[in-house]
Design a protein around this ligand. Sequence first.
Ligand code: MRU
Length: 352
Amino acid sequence: MIENLFEYDSVMLEEGGNALKILDQTRLPSLESFITLKSESDFIDAVVKLKVRGAPAIGICAAYGIGIILKNLNLKSIPLVIEEFKRIKNSLSQTRPTAVNLTNALDRIERRFNEVLEIPDISIEGIYRELLTEADAIKKEDILSNLSIAKNGLTLLKPGYKILTHCNAGHLAVSRYGTALAPVYLAKSLGWDIEVFACETRPLLQGARLTAFELTKSKIYVTLLCDNMVSSLMSAGEINAVITGCDRIALNGDTANKIGTSAIAIMAKYYKVPFYIAGPSTTIDKNSVTGDNFVIEQRSPDEVTDLWYSERMAPVGVKVYNPAFDITKAELISAIITEKGIFKFPFDFQGK
Ligand code: MRU
């Protein structure tokens, strides 16, 4: 058991650049187990099965992935590297369709790849080195961005606040520190008493398994509740603010996040609790004016019927509805906290 949460990142490049070391989040909270990803199938399996998860973390993982996968293929010519680059980029970008950070990170790596190909006499090893350096830059920028989100988010909070969050938008979901949880960690480091209520987040239990884990490990007072207990908690006047993460933000502020987020936003409006979204500007989808056409990932029925039970909890053959995300309408969001500042409705991200 590692004592301090910040002693590791959920995504780390191995010495020599031949593998990516990730914390296998499917084993938490009972086991802090690290695995290494080297091949295309390792990366696809890790992202699809949520061994690594959270929009920024999967973007960073895929960014490193291209360089590492290519390196381990031992290709002998630049035309072959170009062909394989395109194929791998395409297959990684399809692993999880909703988080725009994944596409944004892969597009950025592709832009760097095209620039590097223009360098006279660049070697195949040189290309891989440049790709991994670009992935390092994406991770470093994400860390800085989370520190700014922490500072910006803190201006919306006060000592003694009780904050509700959904899913996991903490250290485990990003490069370091988190988005929704970053202001909470900053508040704690300043000695504020701050309390978090974590929704368990059916069906994959990111709130129970991951948010409760990382906050407990960081000695932040956390209370776990089932997703259907939010109204009861808010009506009792127990929540001062909601902060969640995000997977894709449209230009008008419509936001895709973990399934259940929009219901919390509707309840927050009813109970007059401020509802905040926190995320890096890399989560803004500059090609979507609204969230109406966001692709929502649909996941396997067994996550609802079987996964966490010792015996199946629904009749065999029952039809299951299992979207991984929903869209919260912009007008329900009190503010969106990014590294560039705090945006309020009506949102204007032009030039951001
Ligand atoms: O399916 P997941 O666990 O990847 O979903 C994660 C979320 O919905 C997070 O809130 C979001 O990605 C932001 S992580 C900083």
